[in-house]
Design a protein around this ligand. Structure first.
Ligand code: C2E
Ligand code: MG
Ligand code: MG
Ligand code: MG
Length: 292
């Protein structure tokens, strides 16, 4: 009886495994089709300085799915990374970002905007990555410094020397780098010394508990000091309310991104947002704080 049960269990497991594989490959086929049909588009989340001025945006990819509507990246980036489809997807994102920067550079009031693009580990490991980015920047005549690549600490863990060399090559052409979700991975002071970085992005989890968790203000304050000491910009992500904004600016933070300003927006909505110059209804100049 036990062996029958064992075989039964095995068969069930096998069945589950098969349907799981089938499931994955359907999703993969769908993703491939979506790519072929250019269904991946950029949303833009505003970034503001301490005076409330719009300084640029982070490009966040969305899938314009024929049946499901807008699909957010958590639902397809992991699969794209597992299947290698992040390479063509990431290239399309960079292409769209460079094209957009080129357009803004020809429009009054928009020339100064920067655009941050998220880059996956697999992309950084691709041999042709540097040439691809440089090609796009040159083709679209992107102003150096306007394109910023966001890397997570995880990206830096793998093949550090190669990633470092690529970063230096891109930096030499004026491309900026930010460390995304700073503080959530293996932050090493070592890489802060050796990498050509422009910006640290304080992860939204530290911002979320500001004012409730003393430790989080200590961490945020320390990252801001670190940034100042190293001559790096620090931006807070996930700013959702006026209290967080006040605390952050008192701690010396000068750049902000989050739902309090705006969720990521479609291009037309982002440009309308910029035109309206809209700040949150409970916006207030921060009280002078911090030492910077
Ligand atoms: P991320 O780069 O850390 O992006 C920030 C995420 O936080 C975005 O989610 C954004 O919509 C969300 N967010 C912004 N403000 C707030 C806020 O005030 N509160 C809260 N709770 N969340 C906020 P999204 O757009 O779903 O993107 C999720 C992640 O997907 C990104 O995290 C990034 O790691 C990845 N991703 C997005 N676009 C790309 C891409 O083009 N390429 C790659 N490789 N990854 C991407
Ligand atoms: Mg990011
Ligand atoms: Mg982040
Ligand atoms: Mg992230």
């Amino acid at each position: 009886i036990t062996s029958i049960t064992a075989i039964g269990t095995l068969l069930i497991l096998l069945h589950l495994l098969q349907s799981d594989l089938a499931e994955t490959s359907t999703q993969e086929v769908e993703l491939r089709e979506g790519l072929a049909r250019a269904q991946f588009e950029l949303f833009y989340q505003p970034q503001h300085d301490v005076k409330g001025r719009l300084v640029g945006a982070e490009a966040l990819v969305r899938w314009r799915h024929p049946e499901r509507g807008w699909v957010t990246p958590d639902e397809f980036i992991p699969l794209a990374e597992r299947t290698g489809l992040i390479l063509p997807l990431g290239q399309s994102v960079l292409e769209q970002a460079c094209r957009q920067l080129a357009q803004w550079s020809r429009q009054p009031g928009r020339q100064g905007w920067s655009l941050a693009v998220n880059v996956s580990a697999l992309q950084m490991q691709q041999a042709s990555f540097v040439a691809m980015v440089l090609g796009l920047v040159e083709y679209h005549a992107v102003v150096p410094g306007r394109l910023k690549l966001e890397l997570t600490e995880g990206v830096l863990l793998q093949e550090f020397d190669q990633v470092k060399a690529k970063m230096h090559e891109l930096r030499a052409a004026g491309i900026a780098f930010a460390i995304d979700d700073f503080g959530t991975g293996y932050s090493s002071l070592q890489y802060l010394r050796h990498l050509p970085l422009e910006q640290l992005k304080i992860d939204k989890s530290f911002v979320a508990d500001l004012g409730h968790q003393d430790r989080d203000s200590a961490i945020v304050g320390t990252v801001l000091m670190l940034g100042r000491g190293l001559g790096l910009q620090v931006i807070a992500e996930g700013v959702e309310n006026v209290e967080q904004w006040q605390l952050l600016s008192e701690l010396g933070c000068r750049l902000f991104q989050g739902h309090w300003f705006s969720a990521p927006l479609e291009l037309v909505d982002f440009e309308a947002y910029a035109m309206a110059g809209c700040l949150p209804s409970d916006w207030a100049q921060p009280v002078a704080g911090g030492s910077a």
